[in-house]
Design a protein around this ligand. Structure first.
Ligand code: ADP
Ligand code: MG
Length: 292
């Protein structure tokens, strides 16, 4: 491409809210075979709400919610904000915790009012030695509904299954349809559990799902999609998306996301509107056509 056509294309992108941080990203984007999206905060709004609370033992629901919300006060995860907001809505008095620990991409644990309280996914409960078999069906059912099931344990005994739901952004379904219309395959990479990930993928028409990916595993997930020489554009917003953005053929960050993600990307979408993913690829194709 000539410098002039790149300048024109970059300028058009800027008008649409697409920032090409490097001119060659505008050229290379047209070669994309697969667009892979992070789920939380990228495909979804990133502001989950608590939807379900199933008590598994003989404790009271409000007391259990009070305990887990006390632990989640110390976490910055969107799930934590949903749990704390639910407790605040019920005007529960949260306790101070000690020994808080977060297992990134897995769950949280702390001491609250003389009890050890943990909240997280099935894998985390397994690591803690908490059996979850009795709640497996409940969790699976919630997952099929596209909700994220979490297990709460008090003193290493299963106490509740809690679910949060994070709705898709308004533009997600259309954006993916436009990518399909442009002949691309669409994938999702998420730390969320398999059932939930599959349900969300069905809702928005995603072709390939990599679920239960730990934060360190997102790079390998991108590499797996690159097998066979496929060019992968990865779209993400979070701190833990930065290595995957760097690994992908073209990293696309959501401008409302974290600074680290933006710095690791070659393309930045100024708003969270995913329509600008197919728009950016279309612009890349048009720019190259114009110079031929
Ligand atoms: P995503 O790819 O959707 O952003 P994460 O890697 O952040 O997912 O988290 C993956 C899973 O780890 C969550 O679905 C949840 O089961 C568990 N988890 C992570 N952080 C927390 C937390 N603060 N409280 C409860 N569970 C958590
Ligand atoms: Mg995210």
């Amino acid at each position: 491409a000539t410098p002039t056509s790149i300048m024109v294309g970059t300028g058009k992108g800027a008008e649409m809210g697409i920032l090409f941080r490097r001119g060659d990203a505008l050229q290379r984007l047209r070669n994309t075979d697969v667009v892979a999206f992070d789920k939380t905060g990228t495909l979804t709004r990133g502001q989950p709400e608590m939807t379900d609370f199933e008590v598994m033992g003989d404790q009271q629901e409000d007391e259990l919610l009070r305990l887990v919300a006390s632990v989640e006060q110390a976490s910055e995860h969107p799930i934590a904000r949903a749990i704390v907001a639910a407790a605040e809505a019920r005007e529960l008095n949260l306790s101070e915790v000690s020994g808080f620990d977060t297992a990134t991409g897995k769950g949280v644990i702390a001491q609250v009012d003389g009890h050890e309280v943990a909240l997280g996914g099935a894998g985390y409960m397994k690591e803690l030695g908490v059996p979850t078999d009795q709640a497996g069906n409940t969790a699976e059912k919630l997952g099929h509904q596209g909700r994220t099931p979490l297990y709460a344990a008090v003193d290493r005994q299963l106490a509740a299954v809690i679910a949060v739901a994070d709705p898709l952004k308004e533009t997600t379904v259309d954006a993916i349809r436009h990518l399909h219309d442009a002949g691309l395959r669409v994938a999702m990479i998420t730390g969320d559990n398999q059932h939930t990930a599959n349900a969300i993928a069905r809702q928005c028409g995603i072709d390939e799902v990599q679920a239960e990916v730990l934060p360190d595993g997102k790079v390998d997930a991108v590499k797996a999609l690159q097998e066979g020489g496929r060019a992968v554009a990865f779209v993400g917003d979070g701190i833990n998306d930065a290595p995957a953005l760097a690994q992908s053929d073209v990293g696309i960050a959501i401008g409302t996301g974290t600074d680290i993600a933006i710095e690791s990307a070659e393309v930045v979408l100024m708003s969270g509107d995913l329509q600008n993913v197919p728009n950016a690829i279309g612009l890349s194709r048009a720019t190259i056509r114009n110079i031929k």
